[in-house]
Every structure is written in structure tokens, then in C-alpha cells.
Write a protein that binds this ligand. Structure first.
Ligand code: FAD
Ligand code: MLT
Ligand code: ZN
Length: 462
């Protein structure tokens, strides 16, 4: 069956690069979640948009399910192929296509790594400002499909804000040219926006036209040691009031313990319960004085116990590593990841309730808190004890996620701030979206992919 299917694919798209070795099936069949056993049919690596279209026409004809695949750094199981799907990897479509100085846009192929997009924008003296630690491996197509956030959302917003136009291949192989980089376009439904965050369930992004912005101002990075969890939002308010913040990120002593064990440099002699890394615009005396004033106000209020400010780019990077290195340092512990958000104004009440809830629910596990606190986005990672079976661990964690989902519903928050629903969070989608809204989402999926070929089982059961 597999052989005859692949023979027919070969006949339909003769030049298509295909991988079927066991190692490749495993490598391309999973993402960072490591929870599902990869079992794809094969890996297709098209080298052109026309080949992507031809693959989808073939998939439609033969009712073959397809998993679009970028850098597979996803944290929600979105790019997992565990049920005989064809993985359609965009990795060969990884080039910049054009730059327009007047429009200030960069058009790229979807498989281009985020870091390569940054570099291409900087070569033109401009900036693509969405950024996070997976920059070297994740693709712009994956960023679009998850509406990725990251460490600069507080200043620049999510991926959605930077997408001027998209080219998308539909389930039956049509090519859509969405919005054509227009600034103004009131001509009906904006399907481009629908594609952003659709997790590969509505179409395959093959090209993106990205808005670019001015290079960032000169900045400084400060690491703050906080005395209590309650101080967190107070410190945020004090800094935001006085400074132009480029980032405001937090983590706990347990996160620091893991990142230090993974090679980061210890920032303070003493251990403190909570830390903030913040980056803000500097470059003149007034801004530097404002930064010192924010720091001193927080010290005087008793919210901050210690602090360090970067004196060089190298030191700024060292401080950032304490925050950006957390995910990799936790990976060996196969964490159960929560990625939740509430409106910033709801954060203090939500934090208080969640801390109590998780303290009671997880006495047996190590729990690591960190995240984009300035955006109302918390990452709560529960670490698997080495001697516990993965299935038992996930079952225990799911019990707590039910409670967390209830708290999110009460606080009008989201079960997925930036990683996507994928396989991991589909049972909790109804904590964030109402029944009528989910029914509409299913209807849109039905309209765009009636045979349910694109990434089936992700976001909701198809
Ligand atoms: P993949 O994992 O390959 O795919 C993700 C989803 O997109 C899947 O559903 C897939 O089917 C779909 N998809 C991929 N390409 C396409 C395409 N061309 N067309 C249609 N659908 C497609 N995320 C954040 O938002 N903020 C962070 O700060 C952040 N930090 C991270 C740090 C680390 C160390 C790691 C490992 C991950 C982090 N992530 C973060 C998660 C991840 O990097 C993002 O979700 C990223 O956008 C995924 O991109 P990818 O190319 O790896 O996508
Ligand atoms: C982060 O903010 O570091 C990322 O979203 C990755 C993670 O949650 O582990
Ligand atoms: Zn994050």
C-alpha cells in the first residue's frame, strides 16, 4: 500500500525529493514535544511552489493526509505526524525573494529560518522584530502558522502584526495570493489573517511578505532580583511608567537553577525567589537617569533586592541567556508545558489564584515558572520525575490543567498564548473559545479543506 502510494506520488511529481529512511521518518515526524511516536508515510521536500501544489493535488486525489512542517520547534505537537500522514517539509523553500525599499517589505519563502530573516532585514538597514530563542531553527512559515510571540511582543506585537501578504497553497492545490502587501484593503474577508495562527489546518504557507521597521534604539539590559511574586507586577508598572521597554521577562529561582546547571553564568551570590530581565531604550542621559530612578524606586519599595545592568553587548547577552536558555535546560526533564495568558490588568488576581492552585495540585513535582509577564503570558512547566512513566505523568498533569482551564475561563484568558493548540491543548480549547465560535472555526475548516487533509486532529478532532 505504502509503496504503491509513493509510486503514484513519484509519477505525479517526478522531480519531488522524498525521504523514507527510518531515521528521517522519526526526525521529521516529531516536534519539540517528544510525546508522540512519529509514524509518517514519507517526507516530501518540494523545491518549488508548483511542486507544493502538485503534492496537494495528488494528496486530494488519493485522500492522503498531510502535515505541513517547518523547523519542528513547535511546543504543542502541531507538526507531529503519528498516523501515516505525508510530512510536507518547507525546508528547501528557504530563500529571500525580494526587498522593496519603498514599501519596506521583505518577501521570503516559508521555510526560511527566523534568524536568516533577521539577517536579511538587517542587510537592508531595517528590522524584522519578532524574536525568540528558537530563531536559529524555527521557520517563518511555522511562526505564521502559530502566530508566534516571543520576547519583544511588549514593544512590537506578535507575528500577525508583521504579515503584509501571504501566498498559500490550499488543500486541493490552488495558489492563493492574499492581500498582496497592501496597506489598505477593504475588499471583503481577510483570509491572510485567518491563515495566521491556523496551525497548518487551512493551507500551506509558501511565501510571506513581511513588514520591516526601523532598527531598534540603543538599549540596556537589566537583571532584577525580586523579593516576592506580588512585587512582579508592581516592578513592571514602575519600569513601564518610566522607560520605553523592549522586553520584560520573568523567571523563578528554580528556572535559574536549571539554566545555571546548563552552563549560564551566575548573576548574584545570593539566591532570590524571582527574577526579571528587562531591556529598554537608552542612549542619552535622561533615559539612563530614568532607568536608575525606576530601579531605585523599586528598591525603596522593597520589591527589588538586587540588580545588575549590562556594561557591554557581551554582558547583555549573558543576562539574556539566563532567560533564553530556560527551554533547552528543561528539555531533558520532558516538561509538561502550559502557555497561558490573561489581560495584563487581570494578571495580579490570576497569578495569586494560579500560584495557590498549582501549589496545592503539584506538591510532588518540580514546577518552573517563567515567561513574557509584560504581555500577560506565563509559561508554567512541570518537570517529569526521572522514574515516572511519561503516560502517568501526563495523566496527572492533565488533571491540573482542567483546573487551570477553569481559572482561565473565569479570568477570560487563553489556554495558548503563543505556542498553539496542536495536539497538546485541543481538549481545553473550550476554555478559551465559546461553542458557537468553535462551530464557526469547524465550518471554516470544512469550507477550506472539506476532505480534512491538512493536519487532521490538530486544533480539534476533525
Ligand atoms: P513547526 O514546529 O514545524 O510547526 C508548527 C505548526 O505550524 C504546525 O502545526 C505545522 O503544521 C505548522 N506549519 C509549519 N510550517 C507551515 C507552513 N509553511 N504552512 C502552514 N503551516 C505550517 N514560540 C513562541 O511563540 N514564542 C517563544 O518565545 C518561543 N520560544 C521558543 C524557544 C525554544 C527554545 C523553542 C524550542 C521553541 C520556542 N517557541 C516559541 C515555539 C516555536 O519555536 C514556535 O511555535 C515557532 O513558531 C514554530 O516554528 P517552526 O517552524 O518550528 O514550526
Ligand atoms: C519561551 O518563552 O521561552 C518559549 O515560549 C519557550 C517555552 O515556553 O519553553
Ligand atoms: Zn514564550
Amino acid at each position: 500500500m505504502t509503496d504503491s502510494l509513493l509510486d503514484s506520488l513519484h509519477s505525479a511529481v517526478p522531480e519531488l525529493r522524498l525521504k523514507t529512511d527510518a531515521g528521517d521518518l522519526e526526525h521529521y515526524g516529531r516536534d519539540w514535544t517528544r510525546r508522540w511516536t512519529p509514524n509518517p508515510l514519507a517526507i516530501a521536500l518540494p523545491g518549488s511552489v508548483e511542486e507544493v501544489q502538485a503534492v496537494m493535488r495528488w494528496a486530494s486525489e488519493h485522500a492522503v493526509k498531510v502535515v505541513p512542517s517547518g523547523g519542528r520547534t513547535g511546543l504543542s505537537g502541531g507538526a507531529v505526524a503519528a498516523n501515516g500522514e505525508l510530512v510536507l517539509s518547507l525546508e528547501r523553500l528557504n530563500k529571500p525573494l525580494s526587498f522593496d525599499r519603498v514599501d519596506r517589505t521583505l518577501t521570503v519563502q516559508a521555510g526560511m529560518p527566523l534568524e536568516a530573516v533577521h539577517n536579511a532585514a538587517r542587510e537592508e538597514g531595517l528590522e524584522y522584530p519578532v524574536d525568540f530563542a528558537a530563531r536559529g531553527s524555527c521557520s517563518i512559515g511555522g511562526n505564521i502558522a502559530t502566530n508566534a510571540g516571543g520576547i519583544r511582543v511588549i514593544r512590537y506585537g506578535n507575528t500577525r502584526e508583521w504579515i503584509a501578504g501571504l501566498k498559500v497553497v490550499t488543500a486541493d492545490g490552488e495558489l492563493l495570493d492574499l492581500n498582496r502587501a497592501l496597506v489598505k484593503n477593504s475588499s471583503g474577508y481577510d483570509i491572510r489573517q485567518l491563515m495566521i495562527g491556523s496551525e497548518g489546518t487551512l493551507g500551506i504557507v509558501v511565501e510571506a511578505t513581511l513588514r520591516l521597521t526601523d532598527p531598534p534604539p540603543p538599549t540596556n539590559v537589566m537583571l532584577l532580583a525580586l523579593t516576592s511574586f506580588e512585587a512582579l507586577m508592581e516592578v513592571f508598572a514602575a519600569f513601564r511608567e518610566r522607560l520605553q521597554l523592549e522586553a520584560f521577562e520573568f523567571f523563578t529561582d528554580i528556572a535559574l537553577k536549571h539554566v545555571l546547571a546548563h552552563g549560564a553564568v551566575k548573576p548574584f551570590d545570593e539566591v532570590h525567589p524571582y527574577y526579571v530581565v528587562t531591556e529598554f531604550a537608552t542612549g542619552d542621559e535622561a533615559k539612563e537617569a530614568a532607568a536608575m530612578a525606576a530601579f531605585e524606586a523599586c528598591m525603596e519599595a522593597g520589591w527589588v533586592a538586587d540588580g545588575v545592568i549590562s556594561q557591554s553587548d557581551a554582558q547583555a547577552q549573558q543576562l539574556w541567556r539566563l532567560r533564553e536558555g530556560i527551554t533547552e535546560s528543561l528539555a531533558p526533564h520532558v516538561p509538561y508545558k502550559n502557555d497561558v495568558s490573561v489581560r495584563i490588568s487581570r494578571m495580579p488576581a490570576f497569578l495569586e489564584e494560579t500560584q495557590k492552585l498549582l501549589g496545592e495540585a503539584y506538591p510532588q513535582f518540580e514546577v518552573v515558572w517563567f515567561g513574557h509577564i509584560g504581555d500577560g503570558n506565563l509559561h508554567i512547566n512541570v518537570l517529569k520525575p526521572a522514574d515516572m512513566a511519561q503516560a502517568d505523568f501526563v495523566r496527572d498533569c492533565e488533571q491540573v490543567t482542567k483546573l487551570l482551564a477553569q481559572a482561565l475561563k473565569a479570568h477570560e484568558g487563553s489556554i495558548s498564548a503563543e505556542h498553539g493548540i496542536g495536539l497538546v491543548k485541543k481538549n481545553y480549547l473550550d476554555s478559551t473559545r465559546g461553542p458557537a465560535e468553535i462551530a464557526l472555526m469547524r465550518g471554516i475548516r470544512q469550507a477550506m479543506d472539506p476532505a480534512g487533509l491538512l493536519n487532521p486532529g490538530k486544533l480539534f478532532d476533525a
